[in-house]
Design a binder for this molecule. Sequence first.
Ligand SMILES: Cc1cc2nc3c(=O)[nH]c(=O)nc-3n(C[C@H](O)[C@H](O)[C@H](O)COP(=O)(O)O)c2cc1C
Length: 274
Amino acid sequence: MKERSITEEEAKEAYEKGLKEAKELLKDPDKLEVFLQKLEKKLKVIPYVGESFSIVPAMISLVRSYIKKEYTEIPLGAVAGIISALIYIFSPVDLIPDLIPGVGYLDDASVLLICLKAGAKDDIKDYQKWREKNKKSIYKKVLVSYFSASGVTKRKAEHIAKEVEGDLYEIKPKEIYTDDDLNWHNSESRSSIEIKDETCRPAIKDIDIDIDNYDTIYVGFPIWWGIAPNVVKTFLDKIDLSNKKIIAFCTSGGSPLAPAIEDLKKTYPHANIN
Ligand SMILES: Cc1cc2nc3c(=O)[nH]c(=O)nc-3n(C[C@H](O)[C@H](O)[C@H](O)COP(=O)(O)O)c2cc1C
């Protein structure tokens, strides 16, 4: 396999050019997030090699923490420098398949070295220490959460978690649903009473994972009377939905998912529910 490399001059030029773009991106967090996601996707398709590249996930994570305002111990100019290096990494990856057919990986550390020379190395190290101290992984993770009363949704959730390489999390009601509770023929059963009151939030067991570590959260449930069981909303009430992508999935006896999603969107109008 061939490697692609550029001169230090070219890298410096690209870095300077990227700084302007980076400053523009910093003014528009949504656009910046789209860029980071595209970069992550590209890096998955074309793996990169070389020691300096091992720092890239930390750079991406730092930028995210900065725009979320959870980590601000770094000057704006330094963040722009890091974004500029990421923009550069993104571009050649973008060009590689056309430029050099058969290239299977990217090993071009020049621009990273320039960025690191500009002081970013210490900033990234400080950031990694901060993450470790706060027990936060630098890797963007996917959570597959689910509620399942009789096991069908649980099996689907396990399958999805395997497919998307996500962590599984079961939403556990404090009081488990008995067969009598689930009897939809009885209008006085627990599930019938709960669903009639849209403010009802049955208690759930403590959430023992750090939701902050996840950017994409799958939420699975059985359809009850056309929508998600209230206990799913207890879970959603308890977590910070801002900056998260929520992907709903369900199992049912035939009812579709769409009305359940509409109901969730109505309940959480500011959340990004898909
Ligand atoms: C209280 C209750 C209400 C239900 N309402 C519906 C419904 O409106 N439409 C439907 O297709 N299935 C309905 N079902 C069937 C479940 O959605 C289906 O069996 C589901 O796969 C069960 O998932 P679980 O094993 O993860 O609990 C209902 C089930 C229960 C217990």
